[in-house]
Design a protein around this ligand. Structure first.
Ligand SMILES: Nc1ncnc2c1ncn2[C@@H]1O[C@H](COP(=O)(O)OP(=O)(O)OP(=O)(O)O)[C@@H](O)[C@H]1O
Ligand SMILES: [Mg+2]
Length: 236
């Protein structure tokens, strides 16, 4: 199976080389667990590998995402300028009903999730949606599940790799249903380390089709270089 780097080298090693290429992966977690950083790290790496990418950010402006990316060493700006990466101005469209682009980013009319698969350019290899939860609000569970299934199926037949970031609240509210429609799931969480008594960051991979995984909590941290996993030896 072809693999695409998750953007985190030590995670790739645990996934037989990375995410299954051309499939839909779900990242979920509570606020501050590092979902957006994970998405940026994945995108930045895909851009470095020459992939054509799109990011649909529903809760932050592209400017803020670019700024946060720079602070942790993932400068997305050159890729946006060269049009290798398209940031879709979804946040402003949603909250301010803005239609005209004041800058160099792109507007796209996305009403429903499966609309997304039909409007992206043919040459796009990688898609990051942050946050999928936005599309689960105000629609019934059946509709959300069907839309995600159709999107995941279409993107997979088009051989595009997608990272669907979903906040834990929307994920719980939708009975974790997105996990059934996606190829793999990574959960980011805070947990008290019983040995130190301190709250630490952990990653859990309950599912990654076609990939041997170990069902352990993986200790990670967020630093100036983004997300790094502690080596097993350091996994106190
Ligand atoms: N340079 C840095 N060094 C260490 N930690 C950092 C750095 N930059 C950000 N962080 C940590 O990353 C966390 C935010 O990560 P991120 O924005 O990816 O979370 P999120 O899961 O997307 O949250 P939300 O659900 O609110 O969107 C911050 O709370 C902060 O603790
Ligand atoms: Mg976020």
């Amino acid at each position: 199976m072809a693999r695409i780097s998750s953007g985190i080298k030590s995670l790739d090693k645990r996934l037989q080389g990375g995410f299954p290429e051309g499939e839909c992966i779900l990242i979920t977690g509570k606020p501050g667990t590092g979902k957006t950083i994970f998405g940026m790290q994945f995108l930045y790496n895909a851009c470095l590998e020459g992939k054509k990418c799109i990011m649909l950010a529903t809760e932050e402006t592209p400017e803020k995402i670019v700024e946060h990316g720079k602070a942790i060493g993932f400068d997305l700006e050159p890729f946006i300028e060269s049009k290798q990466l398209t940031m879709i101005r979804f946040f402003e469209m949603r909250v301010m009903n803005m239609k005209e682009d004041p800058g160099s980013f792109t507007f796209m009319n996305i009403d429903t999730l499966n609309n997304l698969a039909h409007i992206i350019d043919d040459d796009v290899n990688v898609i990051v949606v942050d946050n999928l939860g936005t599309f689960s609000i105000g629609v019934d569970l059946k509709t959300f599940k069907e839309e995600l299934e159709v999107l995941s199926f279409l993107l997979s037949t088009q051989k595009r790799t997608s990272l669907m970031i979903m906040d834990a609240a929307a994920h719980e509210f939708t009975h974790n249903i997105a996990e059934y429609s996606t190829y793999g799931t990574i959960k980011l969480m805070f947990k008290e380390n019983p040995y130190t008594g301190k709250m630490e960051r952990f990653m859990f991979i309950p599912k990654m089709r076609g990939t041997k995984i170990t069902l352990e909590l993986i200790n990670y941290d967020i630093t100036e270089e983004g997300i790094t996993l502690f080596s097993p030896k350091m996994n106190r």
